[in-house]
Design a protein around this ligand. Structure first.
Ligand SMILES: NC(=O)c1ccc[n+]([C@@H]2O[C@H](COP(=O)([O-])OP(=O)(O)OC[C@H]3O[C@@H](n4cnc5c(N)ncnc54)[C@H](O)[C@@H]3O)[C@@H](O)[C@H]2O)c1
Ligand SMILES: [Zn+2]
Length: 419
């Protein structure tokens, strides 16, 4: 099968070459299949994307209703938040699905204003909850609460709760409207944006699920303050990834950050979330540009599988961090002119990963055999016709995807980086 190589930089270039003016203070990008429009107004940043006439599309499988608002809770936008929230909830009955921890931990307005009087279902966070059994438990609760399609499911939690909740909402009575209030960094910049939801099945993550956008993603960065060092790092790694694949200026601004300082991460959330939104808008069904978001994830998934086998606790973001270090070294082997800047990136990421107290992941990595990991790499969803396809960087802020990877390359880079 011919491999399709593209770059986010091409997308950005297209935006610069093809400016359109859909709003009062806009920037926009025109792609062959989707039009993305930014509406920046005093009401905040609302991004809507819509598709041109279906007859102009060459891939019918890409035809989807795509319309998603992300609202960022900032002091400047405080006056408008109630309006926006009410607009989505006006007249609708509410059901709340929340991470178990919010039985006791603080939630904030406008969520707090609907909290007490709405029926709630609490589910513990974690991969174990992304199961058919737990989905069934929530469907039963929705039944017991006499839920119909006039109700809105408000999902409060990190990526595990929003993946599960989005799946439950999208399938219950052929789909309830749903709002995600992400409470982790991963949730805010990644899981709540882009419409992928799902549960784990068999031995595989996210095996059953849908592409279904929430009606609203409401990002309130006040939730970040209570995240521990590990969760901050997990989320930070995905944010770093967004910068490396699409925004070199962002990387320059964040590369020296002490992420454990109070308030250090919050200012970067909106920018990172919009990177994800822009990439998704260009390729909702994951056929091209969206694949760049998998940067660092091939090895990450293999490491997560191995960690589970070895009884090691390894957060997804941490695994992505190690995966990015490997991918950057692989990129340097193909683009040697970028070696210096790539190796600086690798060192910065390693420093963030190794700053977690009492963590001995580097020692564990040294013990691993790349051939074992390769068996997991061979099962990666991005592969085609038995060929392992992965994402690499051409430069900082420029990703390319569907790049074939052999066991020999995988092993030699592994030895170079981890042994
Ligand atoms: N759908 C997508 O596009 C997408 C993208 C990225 C990740 N994901 C999925 O997201 C999941 C990982 O998400 P996650 O990292 O948010 O995991 P998570 O939901 O398990 O949350 C991580 C931990 O943080 C805790 N937590 C949540 N909010 C908190 C808060 N405000 N303060 C303190 N602690 C809090 C949780 O209770 C949990 O212990 C994975 O299942 C992954 O597959 C999905
Ligand atoms: Zn990820």
């Amino acid at each position: 099968m011919a491999s399709l190589i593209g770059t986010i930089a091409q997308l950005v270039e297209q935006r610069i070459e093809n400016p359109r003016v859909p709003g009062s203070n806009p920037g926009s990008t025109t792609k062959s299949q989707l039009t993305l429009a930014f509406f920046v107004s005093k009401h905040g940043v609302a991004l809507h994307w819509h598709q041109p006439n279906a007859s102009t599309m060459d891939k019918p499988s890409n035809i989807r209703p795509v319309n998603h608002t992300i609202h960022f809770h900032t002091p400047e936008q405080a006056a408008n938040r109630e309006t926006l929230w009410n607009q989505h909830l006006s007249g609708a009955g509410i059901r709340i699905l929340a991470d178990e921890r919010f039985r006791h931990e603080p939630i904030y307005n406008p969520l707090a204003s609907i909290w007490d009087e709405s029926p709630k279902c609490f589910i513990p966070a974690g991969e174990k909850s992304k199961s058919l059994e737990v989905a069934q438990q929530i469907w039963t609760w929705l039944d017991n609460e006499k839920t119909d399609r006039g109700h809105v499911l408000v999902i409060v939690g990190g990526g595990t709760i929003s993946d599960l909740g989005g799946f439950v909402a999208s399938t219950y009575k052929r789909g309830l409207p749903f709002i995600i209030v992400p409470t982790t960094i991963v949730g805010m910049i990644d899981a709540s944006i882009g419409g992928k939801n799902g549960i784990n099945f068999g031995h595989f993550k996210n095996q059953i699920g849908l592409f279904q956008l929430p009606d609203l993603t409401y990002v309130d960065t006040r939730f970040i303050a209570s995240l521990d060092a590990l969760e901050r790092t997990n989320g930070w790694m995905e944010l770093v990834k967004h910068s490396l694949i699409a925004d070199s200026a962002l990387w320059t601004e964040i590369r020296d950050l002490d992420i454990h300082k109070t308030g250090a991460i919050e200012p970067w959330i909106q920018r990172a979330a919009l990177i994800k939104k822009e990439i998704v808008a260009s390729d909702f069904m994951d056929k091209s540009e969206r694949k760049a978001l998998n940067f660092g994830h091939t090895l990450a998934h293999a490491l997560e599988w191995k960690a589970k086998e070895d009884g090691i606790t390894l957060g997804h973001g941490m695994a992505v961090g190690w995966g990015m270090i490997w991918s950057i070294a692989w990129s340097a082997s193909v683009y040697p002119e970028q070696s210096d800047s790539f190796s600086q990136v690798g060192q910065k990421i390693r420093a963030w990963l190794e700053a977690i107290p009492n963590d001995n992941q580097s020692d564990w990595l040294v013990t691993l055999n790349p051939s074992d990991l390769w068996t997991a790499v061979l099962k990666d969803k991005k592969n085609r016709d038995g060929i392992v396809l992965d994402v690499m960087l051409e430069g900082i802020g420029r990703a390319t995807w569907d790049r074939p990877l052999s066991l020999i390359q995988f092993t030699s880079i592994w030895k170079q980086v981890f042994q």
